[in-house]
Design a protein around this ligand. Structure first.
Ligand SMILES: [Zn+2]
Ligand SMILES: [Zn+2]
Length: 438
């Protein structure tokens, strides 16, 4: 599959839908910034651009981009999103309102950065019906090419539909030399994708959710890009980092194609979202998305391993409500999500008694999911986070997160199935001891 051929196409898929990839251009080249004005000119009529950066990305790329654009006749505004008291900016409703209040009249917005800056820019551009493009500064997450944004709204991690960028630019030497923890986080986010796809299959098989095999094939084919030589990621081999970057871009494109986050965000992502939300409640620091997702992927794979050993599934009563003491001020918002999921958990229980559905699911998921050992080994060899200490979290805090993470999202995941089968809560402690401690 030549992924570049997917750009700027619309095609009829075997899944019965017509898929559209609105991203027109990917430029991964040392002279990407010099080529940027010409590419932007081909995308929009006007010559007014807004660069959105944070303090670090402004210094690394933003300032130079401004010069290049001004020299070629563009009128350039720039906004530097300030750091919070805890460090880098966050993508939430407050920062979004702050940025929206400062948007000048422009023809295109240009994000310079990674997850937060990209999401903030994409979100504001979408609301103002403006096109946007991004200059990626690290191979750290797959949201560059995704259609949606994942902000915290009133403290709850939410997914909001938006539009993907018209173009993605990156300078290889900047991506390769980005702080290593960012690159390792990119690996954590990517390694999780086949698990997300398995969770998507779960909803397809149990709830008749739409599923696109072509899209899942894109995700699975990407594994060879990053799984085989984790030591090359550790030693920052340019080819390995480029492969990882491509895997991130194309997993984002897979999300864009199907129009949901299902192919790229399953139960393993809930661990990261929950840790972020816990930080929102108690102010303790959290780690990068992809580093937390890497642990989530190991946890999720360990849950799958136990599920694969279940020959005859027996339905246990699933939690009837969320833990409102744990969620504090976020309880109502969390409850709203969980309440929407309960009818689907009931259906799951009913279908579990039907041996055929169970066998179909096991076969499909076994085909899709690697062992926790393989995932941990890849992350460890690459120098990515794989223990709770790596993400600056205690055993107790991680345990609290894994026992509450099923409550935050209305779409069922493998974590819900583990509760329904009675694997959770009991196995949580054992899995943390066995897989996430050393
Ligand atoms: Zn992710
Ligand atoms: Zn399809």
């Amino acid at each position: 599959m030549n992924l570049k051929e997917l750009l700027d196409t619309t095609f009829n898929c075997e899944c019965g839908r017509s898929h559209k990839v609105p991203i027109k251009s990917l430029v991964y080249a040392e002279d990407a910034l010099e080529r940027l004005p010409k590419v932007l000119e081909s995308l929009v009529d006007g010559r007014r651009v807004l660069i959105v950066a944070d303090q670090r990305t402004w210094v690394i790329v933003g300032e130079r981009t401004r010069q290049v654009l001004e020299q070629t006749g563009w009128s350039v505004h720039h906004i530097i999103v300030p750091d919070t008291n805890h460090g880098s900016p966050v993508c939430d409703d407050t920062t979004h309102d702050w940025l929206n209040g400062r948007l000048p009249p422009i023809d295109i917005a240009l994000a310079v950065g990674c997850g937060v800056i990209n999401d903030l820019t994409k979100w504001s551009a979408f609301e103002h019906d403006l096109p946007y493009a991004v200059i990626a500064t690290a191979a750290t997450m797959n949201g560059f090419t995704a259609a949606n944004v994942a902000p915290a709204i009133k403290g709850v991690k939410t997914i909001i539909p938006a539009k993907p960028p018209l173009a993605v630019f990156a300078v290889p030497s900047i991506i390769v030399n980005a702080p290593f923890e960012l690159t390792a986080a990119g690996l954590g986010d990517t390694i999780a994708k086949p698990l997300s796809t398995a969770d998507w299959l779960l909803n397809h098989i149990f709830h008749g959710e739409y599923f696109c095999r072509y899209c899942s094939k894109i995700i699975n084919d990407l594994e060879t890009y990053y799984f085989d030589r984790p030591e090359d990621i550790r030693s920052r081999q340019p080819a390995a980092i480029e492969a990882l970057f491509n895997a991130l871009l194309y997993s984002g494109i897979a999300m864009t194609i199907v129009g949901t986050s299902a192919p790229a965000s399953g139960g393993e992502h809930l661990l990261s979202h929950t840790l972020d939300m816990m930080s929102g409640i108690d102010g303790a620091a959290h780690d990068l998305h992809g580093r937390q997702v890497g642990l989530g992927a190991i946890f999720s794979a360990a849950i799958y391993e136990r599920i694969f050993q279940t020959e005859i599934p027996i339905c246990h009563p699933f939690p009837s409500d969320i833990d409102s003491t744990f969620w504090g001020s976020l309880a109502e918002n969390v409850r709203q999500q969980y309440e929407q999921k309960k009818p689907m958990l009931k259906t799951m229980c009913e279908k579990l008694t039907d041996g055929k559905t169970w066998r179909v699911f096991l076969a499909a998921a076994q085909d899709q999911v690697r062992s926790p050992h393989e995932i941990k080994n890849c992350l460890k060899t690459a120098g990515a986070a794989h223990t709770f200490a790596d993400i600056g979290c205690s055993h107790k805090r991680l345990l609290a997160a894994v026992l509450h993470m099923h409550e935050i999202r209305r779409r069922p995941t493998i974590i819900d199935l583990a509760w329904v089968l009675g694997i959770l809560p009991g196995a949580a402690d054992e899995i943390i001891d066995c897989w996430l401690t050393t």
